[in-house]
Design a binder for this molecule. Structure first.
Ligand code: PMP
Length: 401
């Protein structure tokens, strides 16, 4: 490798990295060598993962693996172009129709990722002079989308409808878009969607619902959080992701046909990017069938959630209030959260620490996520391992004191 002498721009980055280190916020990556359900092999060691979004355990389902092979046989590997050139396939088309019908909305449009879908929706519905209202705990992609739209961004405290209503009243006469996670990704709680929709009706605003963590899991048949609440309205624009419970990759936006038509015309993350590989769309058609008939998997997942919460015995480490597969355990201090994660890894469990800026300062946490792929006995072992990790950390603290 060519050795490049240090130069001021690089020094600046190095100082910034040192700063990240000093705050205990340096992030790293793990290279998974093999996986079988929630069991991951890393550096030759097998771990039981409680950190994936594969909530139904579909990501390595044999029917999906076979569908990927079949899709590759039919379409090849890459789409080769964007949707509006020649990248759009029959598989994309059929999947869009199936997804719209599944979530009970008139039309749907596929995107490569949820991040891109969120950028597309918010920048299409809002522009300079408009106002976007966002729950403070929304996913980063929704905040980035609002910034990119050049609309004014109002962030309201988590689930604080009074503040939201005040903000909506404050900007009468401009285009208004309320954006919210349906299931908050780092807390696991569910947004008050019926109340949000009522406010949007009162103030004539769009309601953008990011159901990354509800699609496939919540609602009858896994139809998502709108179905869970029985909501339907032409002012709702729904975003579902397909790399989590669906077990594959991708995302979609569903809503009124006019909204979908406009996205096709205007959304830059749709227009200026290579289409999702058709083999992925082909596999997702199978995934949707699996989701439809996965009541047993959803029931198992909800039994695991109830079991974890009812048997929890990690003393002062309390689980946050959550009835979904996301069960965060707030540790508080960044270094302690990392130490807890390492203590669990030594016991064979993968539960990464989530630190600022992903979560607010002082609320570093272990984000436990459960899957139908876990066995009951594995949930019990996790509970035991967390209790041991906590005791180990408390003992080392006492020894230091
Ligand atoms: N929205 C939420 C709430 C998410 O948690 C995520 C992913 N973590 C996304 C959007 C982005 O989805 P994708 O991974 O498909 O880009």
């Amino acid at each position: 490798m060519n050795r490049v002498a240090s130069f001021p721009l690089l020094d600046e980055l190095q100082r910034a990295l040192a700063d990240i280190d000093a705050q205990g916020l340096r992030r790293g990556r793990l290279a998974v060598q093999r996986r079988h359900g929630p069991r991951l092999v890393i550096d030759g060691v097998e771990y039981l993962a409680f950190c994936s979004n594969d909530y139904l355990g579909l990501a390595d389902h044999p029917a999906l693996v076979a569908a990927v092979r079949e899709g590759a046989g039919r379409y090849g590997v890459g789409a080769g172009a964007s949707h509006l050139i020649s990248g759009h396939s029959e598989a994309h088309h059929c999947l869009e129709q199936a997804l719209a019908e599944f979530v009970g909305l008139p039309a749907a449009l596929l995107f490569s990722t949820g991040y891109m879908a969120n950028l597309a929706v918010v920048t299409t519905l809002a522009g300079r002079g408009d106002a976007v209202f966002a729950d403070r705990l929304n996913h980063a992609s929704l905040n980035d989308a609002a910034l990119l739209s050049r609309a004014e961004l109002y962030r309201y405290p988590h689930r604080d409808l009074e503040t939201l209503e005040r903000q909506l009243g404050h900007v009468r006469g401009r285009g208004r878009v309320v954006v919210t996670d349906a299931v908050f990704s780092m807390d696991g709680d569910v947004a008050p969607l019926p109340d949000l929709l009522a406010l949007c009706e009162r103030y004539d605003a769009w309601l953008v619902v990011d159901d990354a963590h509800g699609f496939g899991v919540l609602g009858p048949g896994g139809r998502g959080t709108l179905a869970h609440f029985g909501l339907c309205s032409p002012r709702i624009v729904y975003v579902g992701t397909l790399g989590k419970a669906a077990g594959v990759f991708g995302a979609f936006v569903a809503g009124h046909a006019v909204v979908i038509d406009m996205l096709v015309q205007r959304a830059r993350t749709y227009l200026y990017t290579t289409a999702l590989p058709p083999l992925i769309a082909h596999a997702l058609l199978t995934s949707l069938e699996l989701i439809r008939s996965a009541d047993d998997r959803r029931a198992r997942l909800f039994r695991h959630i109830a079991r974890l919460r009812s048997r929890w015995n990690a003393g002062p480490w309390k689980l946050m209030e959550s009835a979904t597969a996301i069960q965060p355990l707030v540790v508080g201090d960044n270094a302690r959260a990392c130490a807890a994660s390492r203590a669990l890894a030594r016991r064979g469990f993968l539960v990464p620490a989530i630190r600022p800026p992903t979560v607010p300062q002082g609320t570093a946490r272990l984000r436990i996520s459960l899957s139908a792929a876990h066995a009951e006995e594995e949930v019990d072992r996790l509970i035991e391992a967390v209790a041991q990790a906590r005791a180990e950390l408390a003992a080392s603290r006492q020894a230091e004191a």
